[in-house]
Design a protein around this ligand. Structure first.
Ligand code: NAD
Length: 333
């Protein structure tokens, strides 16, 4: 029986990288029946929104999706399609692993931690208004319910993966009520997991520590904005946005997508790295319980990275998106 999976190609480089990832995943031996649904800028003229209801319905039905990036114009137009999608489907935990890839030389070795970002509230709740002509206000929402559930998710993930420590990241020294509530919620949840160590760091100190001693960290959990920023920092530690995968996970559904955006300047150029999307697909295979297929793909990725013959520009090579995917497929055994 084939798994039914929603595929959202997305904007900019999205169609190229999702096509490449799809070909590699299909070559892994797992049968997937892809339901392709279109979201993004091209949908606005026809549907009046970049996120037609049919896209949400497809994910609600299939419970699982692989998604390319979607463009959100800065300072005008629709609110972020990505934030809306995560909120509409209640994909409350954004999981972004930062792991050194075999064969890919970076400044650091043996990095292996996971950023868990709360996905539904904080400054991304979308409650903003102008106050007269020369001021504007954004409201930061933090609730005990959303904080406790994402921290519980982080502890459960730590337990499942045999990890030793959960670190809560916040700015409770300044935002005493909002981040204070997040920290209080994290401490409450931590009491139920005596087998896993718990600590907390203020976000600015955390940014420094992640650069100085990234090996000290295991699972990090934090409100939305800090997670957005620190997961890009984490991507930088292991080779950049071209290799950073992610997942948005709720109680019922999961949407897998790269950390990076639609990289509009490279649209249609067959240039960007397909790995971030492919590695998101590998996370999806593991989520489906297809660990052997996931391992097969990872061995092929490691072989291509080690040979360095067919890698994209961001990894120092000249291969295009589809050539890198071809090389990985050839190595799958
Ligand atoms: P971006 O991640 O699209 O690109 C920034 C730069 O990173 C690119 O110019 C490129 O140099 C590099 N890069 C990104 N992906 C790469 C890849 N696969 N291989 C090699 N290099 C890569 O960030 P941006 O330019 O700030 O955002 C562009 C659009 O994407 C915006 O509209 C933004 O809102 C959107 N966005 C969407 C998502 C999402 O869909 N989840 C996430 C982030 C940004």
């Amino acid at each position: 029986m084939a798994y039914k999976v929603t595929l959202i190609p997305g904007d900019g480089v999205g169609p190229e990288i999702t096509a490449a990832a799809r070909r590699v995943i299909d070559a892994s031996g797992v049968a997937i029946d892809w339901e392709v649904v279109e979201a993004g800028e091209a949908m606005i003229a026809e549907h009046g929104t970049p996120l037609p209801e049919s896209v949400l319905d497809s994910v609600r039905k299939n419970k699982i999706a692989l998604k390319g990036p979607l463009t959100t114009p800065i300072g005008k137009g629709f609110r972020s399609v990505n934030v809306t999608l995560r909120q509409e489907l209640d994909l409350f935990a954004c999981v972004r692993p930062a792991r050194t890839l075999p064969g890919l030389a970076t400044r650091y070795e043996n990095i292996d931690f996971i950023v868990v970002r709360e996905n539904t509230e904080d400054l991304y709740a979308g409650i903003e208004h102008r106050v007269g002509k020369n001021a504007a206000e954004t409201i930061k929402i933090i609730t005990r319910e959303a904080s406790e559930r994402v921290v519980r998710f982080a502890f459960e993930l730590a337990r499942r993966e045999g990890r030793k420590k959960v670190t809560a990241v916040h700015k409770a020294n300044i935002m005493k009520l909002t981040d204070g509530l997040f920290l209080e919620s994290a401490r409450t949840v931590a009491e139920s997991y005596p087998d896993i160590a718990f600590e907390d760091w203020i976000v600015d100190a955390m940014a420094m520590k992640l650069v100085q001693v990234p090996e000290n960290f295991d699972v990090l959990v934090m409100p939305n904005l800090y997670g957005d920023i620190l997961s890009d920092l984490a991507a930088g530690l292991v080779g950049g946005l071209g290799v950073a995968p992610g997942a948005n996970i709720g109680d019922e559904m999961a949407v897998f997508e790269p950390v990076h955006g639609s990289a509009p300047k490279y649209t249609g150029m067959n240039k960007v790295n397909p790995l971030a999307t492919l590695l998101s697909g590998v996370m999806m295979l593991r989520h489906l319980g297809e660990s052997e297929a996931a391992d097969r793909v990872m061995r092929a990725v490691a072989a291509v990275l080690t040979e360095k013959k067919a890698v994209t520009y961001d990894l120092g090579g000249t291969a295009g998106t589809s050539q890198m995917a071809d090389a990985i497929i050839q190595k799958i055994s």
